[in-house]
Design a protein around this ligand. Structure first.
Ligand code: HEM
Length: 312
């Protein structure tokens, strides 16, 4: 590869997703298997693109801070790659949970990513343990399980690369991305206890038609009031989100897998701080009264060139 090629971090959302988080063991075969894994990830993407070019299927692998050291990768860890430190507000906490490798598999046709997950798991299970697997799906017109359309204010066009990938500010890791994930569980009984008008005040948008409330009526503790942040010069700061709903109705487990790619983790962290600590402190995001973060992990997504290098 002569030019910088990113993994498929800025692809648009599609209908099916499998998320997997793995913990690496202290196995003597670890490095060898990891080399094979990097080659497998490149192979899976090339193959699906060749065989089913319209499937919008891809596999993105992220690497956690401890794994980066354990694997003794040839370059130092990217500067913002650390173990995520929990963010504790007066009422809610963005917990920090372990994770060495993260896989984000996307496709419109689930069979494609199911087979990818099988191949990855077959290879990894000799040197790693699965700590989380979530199968997300597109719910109606891109609605979260809470019933509100999710993803509307995501960046579009060139802005996806600008906000989602590292640029010239860090040439060594240009084309890479900081990946942050949280598995949220929703208290649907409490949520359904709210009227539609009350729910709309929690999100800051209308439920049926997905229209943003004017600043005059949007509550300061609504989700979009706190998640919408600006830089020092008043410029809007964005991240590339691809949240996916999941659920097991028979066990009353409903949730959102929050996933964000960004050129700098600072932006995501600032949003989390606004949500959990509040702005001003104490004025926390009301969505958290109905949604509990049960995981929280930061990863780095290397470029395809780096995966090629890591594959030996
Ligand atoms: C907007 C849902 C967690 C960042 C939204 C919207 C919904 C939503 C329905 C409005 C439509 C849109 O523009 O996408 C959720 C759910 C979450 C969650 C169900 C988990 C329970 C988070 C977290 C962050 C975040 C953890 C950041 C760390 C944003 C941003 C926007 C947004 C930046 C756009 C704000 C704007 O500019 O209007 N979210 N979200 N969300 N969310 Fe979340």
């Amino acid at each position: 590869m002569n030019t910088i090629e990113s993994q498929n971090v800025t692809d648009y959302p599609n209908s099916n997703t499998i998320f997997m988080v793995w913990k690496l063991n202290d196995s003597p075969e670890l490095k060898e298997v990891f080399q094979e894994l990097c080659a497998l990830v490149l192979n899976l993407n090339n193959s699906v693109f060749n065989r089913f070019p319209d499937s919008r299927a891809s596999c993105v692998m992220g690497i956690g801070a401890e794994a980066w050291k354990k694997l003794e990768l040839p370059t130092p860890p990217p500067k913002e790659l650390v173990n995520f430190e929990e963010i504790k507000g007066t009422k809610h906490t963005a917990v920090s949970t372990p994770g060495d490798l993260h896989f984000h598999l996307r496709a419109d046709n689930k069979s494609l990513i199911f087979d990818m997950a099988v191949e990855i798991s077959r290879l990894l299970s000799s040197v790693a343990e699965s700590i989380l697997e979530v199968h997300g799906f597109k719910y109606w017109d891109a609605r979260s399980i809470l019933g509100f359309v999710d993803g509307t204010e995501n960046p579009h066009g060139d802005d996806r690369d600008y906000f989602g990938k590292i640029g010239d500010e860090d040439l060594q890791y240009k084309g890479g991305s900081y990946l942050f994930v949280q598995k949220y569980l929703h208290n649907m009984d409490a949520w359904k206890g709210l009227s539609t008008e009350e729910q709309e005040k929690v999100i800051g948008r209308s439920k049926e038609n997905d229209i943003e409330m004017s600043d005059a009526v949007k509550p300061s503790n609504s989700h979009i009031a706190l998640a919408n942040i600006e830089g020092e010069n008043g410029e809007e700061l964005k991240i590339v989100r691809d949240n996916m709903p999941f659920g097991n109705p028979s066990t009353n487990e409903f949730g959102t897998y929050f996933i964000a790619y960004s050129s700098t983790f600072t932006t995501t962290k600032k949003m989390l701080t606004n949500m959990f600590i509040g702005d001003p402190p104490g004025n926390y995001d009301r969505i958290l009264d109905f949604s509990t973060a049960v995981t929280g992990t930061l990863f780095f997504v290397p470029t395809r060139n780096m995966l090629d290098e890591f594959s030996g």
